[in-house]
Structure formats: C-alpha cells, structure tokens
Design a protein around this ligand. Structure first.
Ligand SMILES: Nc1nc2c(ncn2[C@@H]2O[C@H](COP(=O)(O)OP(=O)(O)OP(=O)(O)O)[C@@H](O)[C@H]2O)c(=O)[nH]1
Ligand SMILES: [Mg+2]
Length: 305
C-alpha cells in the first residue's frame, strides 16, 4: 500500500454540527475547538445567522464543525429561514452535537430540539453540557441526568467549558472516533471557509451588538461595500461598510450622541479586522435604515438570507 493510502486508512474525517437553543454557547465552543475566533459570539440570543465552518486538525484526523443559528420559535421571516438553514445542515452531517447549558434547567425548547433529531437518522448524536465553569457540581450532575434522559441513542454525553477549556479535548477525541475513516477534507492551516469580507461584516455586527438591548440586536445587519488595500505602500486597508437597522429610532441609538457610539463600534471592530488582514485599517461605517428587513423577502435576499 502506498504511504498516502495507509494514512487515509488510519485517519478519520467528517462533519459535526452544534445545535441547540440560542445562547447556549455553540459558537464559543466552535471557536475554542478551532483555536481561532471564526464565529462571533454575544450574550444576546440569536447571534449566529449563518452556517459557519470551522476546521479542527488532530493527528487522528480532521473535524469540520458547522456552527449553526440557535433553534427558536420564529417570529419573523428571517427566523424561519435560520431554522430552515439548521435543518439543511443537520441532514448532511456525520455527527450532531446537541448543546444544553449547565446553568439552566432543561426546558421545552431543549426537549423539542432533542426529539427533532429523530429526523436525521444518519447522524450519530452526542449531548454536550456547556458552561460547566459557571455551574456548581450538583447543577452539572442534574443537567447530565436530564440530558441523558432526553434520548436513548446518545453516543456520548460530555460536560465541558469552552471558557476554561475543561474537557474540550475529551469532546474532540469523542467526535473524531465517531467520524468515518477518510483523509482530511481541508488543507492544513485552513481554519474556516468564510471569506474575509464575511468575517469583517460579522466583526462589525459583533461590535454593534455590544450594549444594545431589546429588539435592536435582531434588527442589526451589516453590508460590506469595499475592502481595498491602499496602493501607496502605507500598509493600510480601506474598509467601508453599512450597518443596517429597521427604524430611524434604532439608527439614532447606533449613532449615539454626537456619533460617539458609532465611533466606539468602529474602534472595537477595527482591532479584529486589523488582526485578520494583517494591515492597519481605515474603517468607514454608515448607518442605513431598511424598514422591517427581517420580514421582507426582497431585503432578506439582498442581505444574503
Ligand atoms: N461562563 C461561560 N460562558 C460561556 C461559555 N460558552 C459561552 N458562554 C457565553 O454564553 C453566551 C452565548 O455564547 P454564544 O457562543 O454566542 O452562544 P450560541 O449558542 O452560539 O448563540 P446563538 O448564536 O445566538 O445561537 C456568551 O455570552 C458567551 O460568552 C462557557 O463555557 N462558560
Ligand atoms: Mg452562535
């Protein structure tokens, strides 16, 4: 047997997706396993709006993680489309990692999602109890028992903390052993297939989410107009983007008194963008109102949903 075939024979590779209610820690877990921030996170529910792939390499093989939006009762067309997106991803993966936070009792939403996994018979199922650093030992035990009882076919039940990395490698090992045998699907060194533009848009949205409340987080979207390296050898990249909201009152909040809030958003986002691009960045942000875009099929299409 040639050397490559022998390698392929020994390694495993495949797709795993993390699912669960919004805010349970799926994106934080994805980033911790990949070892790089590829998905934005926030304390507000329904942060993730795309299926974001993150790649994890280990000597035993490769995991392609698909981080998905939290599954919730949709109140807008956007919400419906995000749930549909999760459904599509679930139909394609080798392993489903169902996430429940140690800090909250298992509720009807968790039960509904766990039961719906019947619809994906091809995938192996793993239960993950997240945020163990924020829970007491009794709470963690209680959660493990509750989660264990949700299905009979868990291949494993793993408690972990993405924050402290406690038990992270246990999960990675477990997921790898559940993958089919095969060669790596992505070349080494690649951590995601998200484009720089997509990642920049998300970094700006993450910065804009900080400190806003109520309905506003859901109303924010970001469009990138331009990313271009200046040709004068100044090692500067110009980035122009629009922050889209749904109402004039929201626009005023995002901009803030004398533009202070918008400047802060820009300053926060720029740090991550400069790290990603490896250049200094001039970031021009404009705020635009697209009335009720979450409910408007045409606007949703323009925003890529
Ligand atoms: N203490 C603690 N907090 C965590 C941990 N993982 C995530 N969090 C926090 O939980 C919140 C939600 O995290 P996300 O990773 O954005 O959750 P998500 O499941 O991707 O949320 P959606 O994209 O909205 O579905 C953030 O404030 C995180 O900092 C953890 O291991 N420990
Ligand atoms: Mg997320």
């Amino acid at each position: 047997m040639r050397e490559m075939d022998a390698m392929t024979d020994q390694t495993r590779s495949g797709f795993v997706t993390f699912v669960g209610r919004p805010n349970v820690g799926k994106s934080t877990l994805t980033n911790a396993l990949v070892g790089e921030k590829i998905a934005i996170t926030s304390e507000k529910p329904q942060t993730t709006r795309r299926a974001i792939r993150g790649i994890v390499n280990r000597p035993e093989g490769q995991l392609v993680i698909v981080d998905t939006p939290g599954i919730h009762k949709p109140r807008t067309l956007l919400g419906e489309r995000l749930n549909d997106l999760v459904d599509q991803v679930l139909g394609d993966v080798d392993v489903i990692g169902f996430c429940v936070p140690a800090t909250e009792k298992v509720g009807p939403g968790d039960r509904r999602i766990a039961a719906s996994l019947d619809g994906y018979p091809r995938a192996k199922k793993v239960a993950i109890v997240t945020k163990t650093d924020a829970a007491g030992r009794d709470e963690i035990t209680e959660r493990l028992l509750e989660v264990d009882a949700l299905r009979e076919d868990w291949a494993a039940v793993v408690p972990l903390s993405a924050l402290t990395r406690d038990q992270l490698e246990v999960l990675a090992d477990e997921l790898l052993t559940l993958m089919p045998k095969g060669p790596a699907l992505y070349a080494e060194g690649i951590t995601t297939d998200e484009s720089d533009e997509d990642r920049i848009a998300e970094m700006i949205r993450e910065a804009a989410l900080e400190g806003v409340r109520d309905e506003l987080p859901h109303s924010i979207a970001v469009i990138i107009d331009e990313v271009s390296v200046r040709e004068d050898n100044s090692n500067l990249t110009d980035v122009h983007a629009q922050i889209v909201v749904e109402r004039d009152s929201q626009k005023a909040i995002i901009i803030g008194h004398k533009g202070k809030r918008l400047r802060d958003v820009g300053a926060r986002a720029r740090v991550g963008i400069e790290e990603l691009l490896g250049t200094r960045v001039f970031l021009g942000l404009h705020v635009k109102v697209a009335k009720e875009w979450q409910r408007d099929p045409k606007q949703l299409g323009k925003l890529g949903f």
